[in-house]
Design a protein around this ligand. Structure first.
Ligand code: MN
Length: 414
């Protein structure tokens, strides 16, 4: 499948990708869009030019209502885009085409969905084991429930921002093992979390669940997700109700939603779940329950130079996305279109495949060397974290960047 728009070999946005994003168009308004190579295509402008009959005529600024229409509607738009932009299409030489396209640098992305609810899982066994060893007890790193259910918590959608938005180091309470009382101030253990998120289509509103077999019909697409974490705040506050202010001050999402359909040739097996076998409502054929998405984290110092600090893969998740959805809805919890579920930090078995500074520096005890000769245990002000991810399907199915810089804490005054 080849487009008349040229795509460089290293581009994340091959013709098989056709991801979804919301961008600020040249007239200042928000357009929903897709992308081939370096060209951003406005779905609204294509509809106006008579090229995209299946795109709803609504003046949409987010994908929520389109997501509601379901997989057939998503697929129809994708098929029309392929037909219009394939090599040999008459659209290439149509005079109206110029009005529908621009260079990606002229179309800054905004959040593509209005995220109603955001939940974060903890679905990587290696990550949960590592955190359990550091925060609790190396002998009993995984808590008794972990192999029986996808552990998760409710996050906050209000502080999710799109790639490129700066993050401010939070103030908060912490208490180290040797502090007699808690202290207040800027977090001294700022961290990233390498995650993959899914953007969901709503489920039944009659308090019935989404089965594990049907769960993937509710995945509109995938994003990269940096769930910024203040480890010192987290460690002091998290018992007994779980993450709170150590997590909800910022999360960064990649702007391009890679569609479920584009990733269909990137399926792979998940780890066997035999000891213990999950309860029936979570049981799933594991032969293609996961995705082979290569992931990396780069840390850029203020000079802009990057050091890749981690290389992981979404196949490292123990609990699949379908299991996360099935579990989330089994009690009657309503899932709405535009909701976001994130996987939790995705760590692999190798020391360079760990998805957080907490694990890479082993809670600060093993500094990480950067390209410029400096080292890090946790993040410093001025550091920029960049997540990247890609799968293959004929061409590269990439996510673009999930990038944000860390700014100094605000001075707190009573
Ligand atoms: Mn997380």
């Amino acid at each position: 499948m080849v487009s008349f728009i040229p795509v460089l070999a290293h581009s994340d946005f091959s013709f098989s990708n056709l991801p979804w994003a919301a961008v600020r168009w040249s007239d200042g308004s928000i357009h929903l869009a897709t992308r081939i190579g370096d060209r951003v295509l406005s779905l609204k402008a294509l509809r106006a030019a008579g090229k995209l009959a299946s795109w709803p005529e609504l003046d949409l600024e987010t994908f929520n209502r389109f997501i509601d229409r379901g997989p057939e509607a998503w697929s129809a738009v994708r098929a029309e885009l392929i037909e219009a932009y394939r090599e040999g299409s008459s659209w290439e030489h149509d005079s109206k085409r110029a009005l529908c396209e621009c260079d990606w640098q002229d179309a800054p992305a905004v959040l593509p969905v209005s995220i109603g609810d955001y939940s974060d899982f903890y679905a990587s066994r290696q990550h949960a084991t590592n955190v359990g060893m550091m925060f609790r007890d190396p002998e009993n790193a995984l808590l008794p429930n972990w192999l029986h259910l996808p552990v998760g918590y409710h996050g906050r959608s209000s502080t999710i921002s799109v790639s490129g938005t700066d993050v401010v180091r939070p103030n908060g309470q912490r208490k180290g093992p040797n502090d007699p009382t808690p202290v207040f101030g800027p977090s001294v253990k700022m961290d990233f979390e390498l995650e993959v998120g899914i953007i969901l289509r709503g489920g039944p509103t009659d308090a019935s669940w989404i089965s594990v077999e049907k769960a993937e019909e509710h995945i509109f697409g995938f994003v990269l997700f940096n769930d910024w974490s203040a480890r010192d705040v987290q460690q002091w506050e998290y018992v007994p109700l779980g993450p709170f202010l150590g997590k909800n001050f910022a999360s960064t999402m990649s702007p391009w939603i890679v569609s479920y359909e584009a990733l269909q040739n990137s399926r792979c097996a998940g780890e066997a779940q035999e000891a213990p076998l999950p309860l029936p409502y979570l049981q799933q054929n594991r032969s293609s329950s996961h995705w082979n998405i290569e992931l990396e984290v780069a840390l850029a110092t203020p000079d802009g130079q990057e050091t890749v600090v981690s290389r992981s893969n979404s196949s490292n998740l123990y609990w699949s996305f379908a299991q996360q959805i099935a579990h989330h809805s089994i009690n009657g919890c309503i899932i709405r279109s535009g909701d976001l579920m994130a996987s939790g930090t995705i760590s692999g078995n190798d020391p360079d495949s760990l998805g957080s500074m907490l694990e890479l520096s082993w809670n600060g005890s093993k500094p990480l060397a950067l390209h410029d000769g400096s080292s890090r245990t946790f993040l410093e002000d001025g550091d920029t974290v960049v997540l990247r991810g890609r799968a293959q399907n004929g061409g590269r199915i990439g996510f673009g960047e999930c990038r944000a810089a860390l700014l100094p804490a605000k001075r707190w005054q009573k």
